[in-house]
Design a protein around this ligand. Structure first.
Ligand code: FMN
Length: 278
Protein backbone atom coordinates (compact mmCIF):
# COMPACT_ATOMS: atom_id res chain seq x y z
CA UNK A 1 0.00 0.00 0.00
CA UNK A 2 0.90 3.68 0.28
CA UNK A 3 2.78 3.26 3.54
CA UNK A 4 5.87 2.11 1.71
CA UNK A 5 6.22 5.56 0.16
CA UNK A 6 4.86 7.69 3.02
CA UNK A 7 6.58 8.36 6.38
CA UNK A 8 3.45 8.35 8.54
CA UNK A 9 0.38 10.52 8.86
CA UNK A 10 1.62 13.04 11.41
CA UNK A 11 4.58 15.41 11.62
CA UNK A 12 5.71 13.67 14.82
CA UNK A 13 5.84 10.30 13.04
CA UNK A 14 7.68 11.84 10.10
CA UNK A 15 10.31 13.42 12.39
CA UNK A 16 10.99 9.97 13.87
CA UNK A 17 11.60 8.63 10.34
CA UNK A 18 13.90 11.57 9.62
CA UNK A 19 15.94 10.75 12.72
CA UNK A 20 16.34 7.20 11.53
CA UNK A 21 17.32 8.29 7.98
CA UNK A 22 19.83 10.77 9.46
CA UNK A 23 21.34 7.94 11.53
CA UNK A 24 21.93 6.10 8.24
CA UNK A 25 23.86 9.11 6.92
CA UNK A 26 21.01 10.40 4.76
CA UNK A 27 19.73 13.98 4.52
CA UNK A 28 16.01 14.59 4.11
CA UNK A 29 13.51 16.93 2.53
CA UNK A 30 10.09 16.73 4.17
CA UNK A 31 6.90 17.17 2.18
CA UNK A 32 3.46 17.51 3.74
CA UNK A 33 1.29 15.71 1.19
CA UNK A 34 -1.40 17.65 -0.59
CA UNK A 35 -1.96 19.46 -3.88
CA UNK A 36 -4.57 21.14 -6.06
CA UNK A 37 -6.53 22.75 -3.21
CA UNK A 38 -9.67 24.65 -4.19
CA UNK A 39 -10.32 26.84 -1.15
CA UNK A 40 -8.30 29.59 0.52
CA UNK A 41 -8.83 27.87 3.83
CA UNK A 42 -7.11 24.68 2.62
CA UNK A 43 -4.26 26.71 1.14
CA UNK A 44 -3.75 28.56 4.43
CA UNK A 45 -3.73 25.24 6.28
CA UNK A 46 -1.09 23.88 3.92
CA UNK A 47 0.96 27.04 4.40
CA UNK A 48 0.76 26.58 8.16
CA UNK A 49 1.82 22.93 7.81
CA UNK A 50 4.97 24.00 5.98
CA UNK A 51 5.75 26.62 8.64
CA UNK A 52 5.23 23.97 11.35
CA UNK A 53 7.72 21.63 9.66
CA UNK A 54 10.47 24.23 10.04
CA UNK A 55 9.68 24.52 13.77
CA UNK A 56 9.67 20.74 14.23
CA UNK A 57 13.01 20.45 12.41
CA UNK A 58 14.54 23.13 14.63
CA UNK A 59 13.10 21.65 17.84
CA UNK A 60 14.15 18.07 17.10
CA UNK A 61 17.53 19.05 15.64
CA UNK A 62 17.14 16.73 12.62
CA UNK A 63 18.88 17.39 9.32
CA UNK A 64 16.10 18.17 6.87
CA UNK A 65 14.74 20.89 4.67
CA UNK A 66 11.24 21.26 3.20
CA UNK A 67 9.60 20.75 -0.23
CA UNK A 68 6.26 22.31 -1.21
CA UNK A 69 3.89 22.39 -4.17
CA UNK A 70 2.34 25.67 -5.27
CA UNK A 71 -1.07 24.15 -6.09
CA UNK A 72 -1.16 23.26 -2.41
CA UNK A 73 -0.66 26.93 -1.56
CA UNK A 74 -3.45 28.19 -3.80
CA UNK A 75 -1.82 28.63 -7.23
CA UNK A 76 -5.05 27.59 -8.97
CA UNK A 77 -7.09 30.00 -6.84
CA UNK A 78 -5.13 33.22 -7.16
CA UNK A 79 -1.53 33.99 -8.13
CA UNK A 80 -1.07 36.84 -5.64
CA UNK A 81 -2.54 34.80 -2.78
CA UNK A 82 -0.22 31.88 -3.60
CA UNK A 83 2.78 34.21 -3.78
CA UNK A 84 1.90 35.60 -0.33
CA UNK A 85 1.68 32.09 1.13
CA UNK A 86 4.92 30.99 -0.50
CA UNK A 87 6.62 34.18 0.70
CA UNK A 88 5.73 33.39 4.32
CA UNK A 89 7.31 29.95 3.89
CA UNK A 90 10.42 31.36 2.17
CA UNK A 91 10.88 33.94 4.94
CA UNK A 92 10.48 31.18 7.53
CA UNK A 93 13.15 29.12 5.74
CA UNK A 94 15.50 32.07 5.88
CA UNK A 95 14.73 32.91 9.50
CA UNK A 96 15.30 29.24 10.43
CA UNK A 97 18.61 29.15 8.56
CA UNK A 98 17.05 26.42 6.45
CA UNK A 99 15.89 25.83 2.88
CA UNK A 100 12.63 25.33 0.98
CA UNK A 101 12.34 23.84 -2.50
CA UNK A 102 9.36 24.41 -4.77
CA UNK A 103 8.43 21.15 -6.53
CA UNK A 104 7.49 21.43 -10.20
CA UNK A 105 4.00 20.33 -11.22
CA UNK A 106 2.36 19.91 -14.63
CA UNK A 107 3.23 22.07 -17.62
CA UNK A 108 0.38 24.65 -17.42
CA UNK A 109 1.82 25.68 -14.02
CA UNK A 110 5.49 25.93 -14.98
CA UNK A 111 5.57 29.62 -15.93
CA UNK A 112 3.79 30.82 -12.77
CA UNK A 113 5.97 28.56 -10.63
CA UNK A 114 9.16 29.99 -12.13
CA UNK A 115 7.84 33.54 -11.72
CA UNK A 116 7.06 33.01 -8.03
CA UNK A 117 10.42 31.35 -7.50
CA UNK A 118 12.31 34.26 -9.11
CA UNK A 119 10.43 36.84 -7.07
CA UNK A 120 11.24 35.05 -3.81
CA UNK A 121 14.81 34.22 -4.81
CA UNK A 122 15.45 37.97 -4.91
CA UNK A 123 13.92 38.33 -1.44
CA UNK A 124 15.52 35.46 0.48
CA UNK A 125 18.55 34.38 -1.59
CA UNK A 126 19.65 31.11 -3.15
CA UNK A 127 20.77 29.65 0.19
CA UNK A 128 17.14 29.50 1.31
CA UNK A 129 14.99 28.71 -1.73
CA UNK A 130 15.33 26.35 -4.69
CA UNK A 131 13.29 25.05 -7.61
CA UNK A 132 12.76 21.86 -9.62
CA UNK A 133 13.27 21.59 -13.39
CA UNK A 134 12.00 18.66 -15.48
CA UNK A 135 14.15 17.27 -18.30
CA UNK A 136 11.13 16.04 -20.30
CA UNK A 137 10.11 19.63 -21.14
CA UNK A 138 11.50 21.27 -24.29
CA UNK A 139 11.61 24.63 -22.49
CA UNK A 140 13.82 23.42 -19.64
CA UNK A 141 17.17 23.97 -21.38
CA UNK A 142 16.41 27.65 -21.75
CA UNK A 143 15.04 27.80 -18.18
CA UNK A 144 18.23 26.27 -16.78
CA UNK A 145 20.32 28.79 -18.74
CA UNK A 146 18.23 31.63 -17.39
CA UNK A 147 18.12 30.38 -13.79
CA UNK A 148 21.86 29.65 -13.94
CA UNK A 149 22.48 33.35 -14.42
CA UNK A 150 20.68 33.93 -11.13
CA UNK A 151 22.77 31.25 -9.41
CA UNK A 152 19.64 29.26 -8.58
CA UNK A 153 19.79 25.99 -6.66
CA UNK A 154 17.99 23.46 -8.88
CA UNK A 155 16.76 19.92 -8.46
CA UNK A 156 16.80 18.21 -11.87
CA UNK A 157 14.18 15.49 -12.40
CA UNK A 158 12.85 13.72 -15.48
CA UNK A 159 9.25 14.78 -14.80
CA UNK A 160 6.32 12.83 -13.39
CA UNK A 161 3.21 14.17 -15.14
CA UNK A 162 1.52 13.04 -18.32
CA UNK A 163 2.46 15.71 -20.87
CA UNK A 164 1.57 16.17 -24.57
CA UNK A 165 4.28 15.90 -27.22
CA UNK A 166 3.81 19.61 -27.95
CA UNK A 167 5.61 20.43 -24.69
CA UNK A 168 7.58 17.32 -23.68
CA UNK A 169 9.89 14.77 -25.32
CA UNK A 170 7.80 11.65 -25.96
CA UNK A 171 10.91 9.47 -26.22
CA UNK A 172 12.55 8.39 -22.96
CA UNK A 173 16.01 8.49 -24.56
CA UNK A 174 15.59 12.20 -25.29
CA UNK A 175 14.45 12.79 -21.71
CA UNK A 176 17.56 11.02 -20.40
CA UNK A 177 19.91 12.89 -22.78
CA UNK A 178 18.35 16.21 -21.83
CA UNK A 179 18.65 15.26 -18.15
CA UNK A 180 22.42 14.90 -18.48
CA UNK A 181 22.65 18.07 -20.56
CA UNK A 182 20.83 20.09 -17.88
CA UNK A 183 22.92 18.70 -15.01
CA UNK A 184 26.15 19.38 -16.92
CA UNK A 185 25.08 22.93 -17.84
CA UNK A 186 24.07 23.87 -14.34
CA UNK A 187 27.17 22.41 -12.68
CA UNK A 188 29.45 24.08 -15.24
CA UNK A 189 27.71 27.36 -14.43
CA UNK A 190 28.90 26.79 -10.84
CA UNK A 191 25.36 26.35 -9.52
CA UNK A 192 24.16 23.93 -6.86
CA UNK A 193 22.51 20.92 -8.47
CA UNK A 194 20.40 18.18 -6.89
CA UNK A 195 20.51 15.13 -9.13
CA UNK A 196 17.15 13.54 -8.32
CA UNK A 197 16.80 10.17 -10.01
CA UNK A 198 16.91 6.45 -9.30
CA UNK A 199 18.38 5.80 -12.74
CA UNK A 200 21.67 4.07 -12.12
CA UNK A 201 23.04 4.96 -15.56
CA UNK A 202 22.52 8.64 -14.86
CA UNK A 203 23.92 8.32 -11.34
CA UNK A 204 27.06 6.64 -12.72
CA UNK A 205 27.31 9.28 -15.44
CA UNK A 206 27.08 12.02 -12.77
CA UNK A 207 29.83 10.43 -10.70
CA UNK A 208 32.14 10.46 -13.74
CA UNK A 209 31.13 13.96 -14.77
CA UNK A 210 31.88 15.54 -11.39
CA UNK A 211 35.18 13.69 -11.21
CA UNK A 212 36.34 14.65 -14.70
CA UNK A 213 35.30 18.26 -14.29
CA UNK A 214 36.55 18.73 -10.73
CA UNK A 215 33.10 19.66 -9.47
CA UNK A 216 33.37 20.15 -5.68
CA UNK A 217 31.29 17.98 -3.32
CA UNK A 218 29.52 21.02 -1.91
CA UNK A 219 27.99 21.86 -5.32
CA UNK A 220 25.76 18.83 -5.76
CA UNK A 221 23.79 16.08 -4.06
CA UNK A 222 21.84 13.01 -5.09
CA UNK A 223 18.16 12.79 -4.21
CA UNK A 224 15.78 9.84 -4.18
CA UNK A 225 12.27 9.16 -2.97
CA UNK A 226 11.45 7.65 0.41
CA UNK A 227 10.86 3.93 -0.02
CA UNK A 228 12.59 3.67 -3.38
CA UNK A 229 16.08 2.14 -3.77
CA UNK A 230 16.91 2.43 -0.07
CA UNK A 231 19.93 0.19 -0.59
CA UNK A 232 21.33 2.42 -3.31
CA UNK A 233 20.70 5.52 -1.17
CA UNK A 234 22.79 4.06 1.65
CA UNK A 235 25.47 2.79 -0.71
CA UNK A 236 26.00 6.25 -2.23
CA UNK A 237 26.06 7.85 1.23
CA UNK A 238 28.64 5.24 2.26
CA UNK A 239 30.77 6.23 -0.73
CA UNK A 240 30.79 9.77 0.65
CA UNK A 241 28.17 11.39 -1.60
CA UNK A 242 25.52 13.68 -0.19
CA UNK A 243 22.18 11.88 -0.50
CA UNK A 244 18.83 13.45 0.37
CA UNK A 245 15.62 11.45 0.71
CA UNK A 246 12.38 13.14 -0.36
CA UNK A 247 10.10 12.11 2.49
CA UNK A 248 6.35 12.74 2.21
CA UNK A 249 3.96 12.39 5.12
CA UNK A 250 0.30 13.12 5.77
CA UNK A 251 -3.14 11.81 4.98
CA UNK A 252 -3.50 13.09 1.44
CA UNK A 253 -1.26 10.49 -0.20
CA UNK A 254 -3.48 9.41 -3.08
CA UNK A 255 -2.28 11.69 -5.94
CA UNK A 256 1.36 11.24 -4.94
CA UNK A 257 0.99 7.49 -4.79
CA UNK A 258 -0.85 7.10 -8.09
CA UNK A 259 1.76 9.27 -9.84
CA UNK A 260 4.45 6.96 -8.51
CA UNK A 261 2.57 3.91 -9.76
CA UNK A 262 0.70 4.79 -12.90
CA UNK A 263 1.00 8.23 -14.39
CA UNK A 264 3.67 7.43 -16.94
CA UNK A 265 3.98 3.92 -18.31
CA UNK A 266 7.74 4.08 -17.76
CA UNK A 267 7.09 4.84 -14.11
CA UNK A 268 4.75 1.90 -13.62
CA UNK A 269 7.51 -0.38 -14.78
CA UNK A 270 10.04 1.64 -12.82
CA UNK A 271 8.12 1.25 -9.60
CA UNK A 272 7.63 -2.47 -10.09
CA UNK A 273 11.32 -2.94 -10.72
CA UNK A 274 12.20 -0.91 -7.67
CA UNK A 275 9.83 -2.82 -5.46
CA UNK A 276 11.94 -5.89 -5.99
CA UNK A 277 15.35 -4.20 -6.23
CA UNK A 278 16.97 -2.64 -3.22
N1 FMN B 1 8.81 14.99 -10.64
C1 FMN B 1 8.21 16.16 -10.95
O1 FMN B 1 7.55 16.27 -11.99
N2 FMN B 1 8.31 17.24 -10.10
C2 FMN B 1 9.04 17.19 -8.96
O2 FMN B 1 9.11 18.19 -8.24
C3 FMN B 1 9.70 15.96 -8.62
N3 FMN B 1 10.44 15.85 -7.50
C4 FMN B 1 11.18 14.71 -7.30
C5 FMN B 1 12.07 14.63 -6.22
C6 FMN B 1 12.88 13.52 -6.06
C7 FMN B 1 13.84 13.47 -4.93
C8 FMN B 1 12.81 12.46 -7.00
C9 FMN B 1 13.70 11.27 -6.88
C10 FMN B 1 11.91 12.51 -8.03
C11 FMN B 1 11.08 13.61 -8.19
N4 FMN B 1 10.18 13.67 -9.24
C12 FMN B 1 9.55 14.87 -9.51
C13 FMN B 1 9.84 12.45 -10.03
C14 FMN B 1 10.66 12.30 -11.28
O3 FMN B 1 10.25 13.28 -12.23
C15 FMN B 1 10.49 10.90 -11.90
O4 FMN B 1 9.14 10.71 -12.24
C16 FMN B 1 10.93 9.74 -11.01
O5 FMN B 1 12.10 10.06 -10.29
C17 FMN B 1 11.18 8.46 -11.83
O6 FMN B 1 12.25 8.63 -12.74
P1 FMN B 1 13.78 8.16 -12.49
O7 FMN B 1 14.01 6.98 -13.34
O8 FMN B 1 14.62 9.33 -12.90
O9 FMN B 1 13.95 7.92 -11.03
Amino acid sequence: GASRFVAGETLEQAIEKVKSLNRDGLLVTLDHLGESVTTREEALEATQSALDIFDAIAESGVNSNVSVKLTQLGLDIDYGFCLENMERIALKAKESGNFVRIDMEDSPRVKATIDIFKTLLKKVGKEHIGLVIQSYLYRSESDVKDLGELGANLRIVKGAYKEPKEVAFPDKRDVDENYKRLVAMHLKNGCYTAVATHDEKIIEWTKSFVKENGIPKDLYEFQMLYGVRGGLQRQLAGEGYKVRVYTPYGKDWYPYFTRRIAERPANALFILKNLVKD
